[in-house]
Design a protein around this ligand. Structure first.
Ligand SMILES: [Zn+2]
Length: 88
């Protein structure tokens, strides 16, 4: 389909708010953790053009490095993974 991965930080300031959306290439996206003043990053959301809801090895690395939940969005489905929770 030639789609690019897209991602953004989910920021929390009382309620959840979508941060700036960035585009990556077909296989990865580097999401800057950038929340408006007064809000904190709550999770990293990104799409998988491949259609897989599984985290890639790189996603897992990012999740542990940033210490933030990483969510994968495919169509209407969203699956979130949290650091420290063992995944199959
Ligand atoms: Zn990914």
């Amino acid at each position: 389909m030639g789609d690019k991965e897209r991602g953004y930080t989910v920021c929390r300031n009382g309620k959840l708010k979508k941060g700036i959306e960035v585009k990556g290439d077909a296989h990865s996206v580097s999401i800057p953790i950038n929340c408006p003043a007064g809000s904190k990053p709550a999770a990293l959301m990104h799409t998988h053009p491949s259609g897989s809801l599984q985290l890639s090895p790189r996603d897992i690395k990012t999740m542990h490095e940033k210490g933030l939940p990483v969510c994968v969005k495919v169509g209407n489905k969203i699956k979130c993974y949290r650091p420290g929770v063992t995944k199959k």
